[in-house]
Each structure stands twice: as structure tokens, then as C-alpha cells.
Design a protein around this ligand. Structure first.
Ligand SMILES: [Zn+2]
Length: 194
């Protein structure tokens, strides 16, 4: 009997951390607007937004690709909005606790914005360096943060195919900043005052 309860408990935990279907609140937020319409950016200064920014995100499932593509195109519109331009954005910043980021690839010609689904850092180099960062969700704060020079990421593209890629320099910094967002970590957590 005890094993049975343990089985139920472990199954429940396994279910809760795997990719879950679309929630009603996600449907409302993502569909409420044109496919290329800018979304409101969550702010640390707002109590409800802060809860979203501090909540670890869940994976995006392979199903309902058109729906998640719409989130990607709305996030792209948001990060490239001339009124509020950034170099990267994570889904919690538009109110969605899902593992999706958009990063501007300064290491590629013409610096395109690219979408990464369920990204994780699987390895880092040894070298660290400091550079000033800001965040679309944190008004008026800019500060130096120490990051890895080089990271290896694993992610899915819009067709849900897996890739691994080694990234360096400023673009690697953006990946670290955005993937931190997916774990509820903000760049201000990493500022050292010593
Ligand atoms: Zn940020």
C-alpha cells in the first residue's frame, strides 16, 4: 500500500514538471490581439507581474504549434517595438510562464532576432567577464553583471527539432540573461556590491 501511495506521489510530481497543455489564461493572453501585436511587458514594480517573473516556467509541448508560433511572433513584435526595444525577451516578460525566449544574434550577420523553445544551458566555459545589463521588466536599473563568456545551449526550434549550439561573447550573455528569466532569476539578483 505504501508503495502505491509513493507511486501516485511520484507520478503527480512527474506530471507537474512535464510540459502541460495550454491553460485558459494563456489562451486569453496570447489570442487577445493580432498575431503581430505588441504585448504588455511585465514589470517588477507591479505585485502581480512580480509573481510571474519569479515563477519558474514550464516546457512548451510539441502539440498546438500554431498557438505557440503566435506567442513567438507576438514576443518578437514586443522586443522589437521601437518604443521599448530590447536585445532579448523571455515569455514571463509577456505574462506567460513558458520556456520560450527570443535573442538578438549579434554574432550573426544583420543581427537577426531568433526564437528558442525549451532552451537550457548544458555547459559553460571557465572564463567569466563583467558587463552592464538592463532589462525590459526592470525600469531605470542598469548594472554590471558577471557572466560566462561561452555557453553551450540545447533548444528546440519552431518545428520542435532539437539543436545544440556553442555561443560566445555578448550573444552568450543575452542567452544567460533570458534563460535566467525562465527560472525566475533576474539580473539584479546577480549584482555584487563588494
Ligand atoms: Zn530581462
Amino acid at each position: 500500500m505504501r508503495h502505491f501511495f509513493l507511486f501516485i506521489l511520484l507520478s503527480t510530481i512527474a506530471y507537474s514538471i512535464q510540459a502541460q497543455p495550454i491553460a485558459k489564461s494563456e489562451k486569453v493572453l496570447i489570442r487577445d490581439g493580432k498575431p503581430n501585436e505588441v504585448m504588455r511587458i511585465t514589470q517588477v514594480t507591479d505585485k502581480d507581474d512580480l509573481v510571474i517573473l519569479r515563477t519558474p516556467s514550464r516546457d512548451i509541448p510539441s502539440k498546438s504549434r500554431r498557438f505557440w508560433k503566435r506567442l513567438a511572433s507576438r514576443m518578437l513584435a514586443t522586443v522589437s517595438d521601437p518604443d521599448n526595444q530590447g536585445v532579448g525577451i523571455a515569455a514571463p516578460q509577456v505574462g506567460i510562464n513558458r520556456n520560450m525566449i527570443i535573442v538578438q544574434r549579434f554574432d550573426k550577420q544583420d543581427h537577426p532576432f531568433e526564437t528558442y523553445i525549451n532552451p537550457v544551458i548544458i555547459a559553460t566555459g571557465d572564463s567569466l567577464y563583467s558587463q552592464v545589463e538592463g532589462c525590459l521588466s526592470i525600469p531605470y536599473v542598469r548594472n554590471a553583471v558577471i557572466r560566462y563568456w561561452e555557453v553551450v545551449i540545447r533548444y528546440q526550434d519552431k518545428r520542435m527539432r532539437w539543436h545544440e549550439e556553442k555561443i560566445e561573447g555578448y550573444t552568450a550573455r543575452i542567452f544567460q540573461h533570458e534563460i535566467d528569466h525562465l527560472n525566475g532569476i533576474l539580473f539584479t539578483d546577480l549584482i555584487r556590491y563588494d
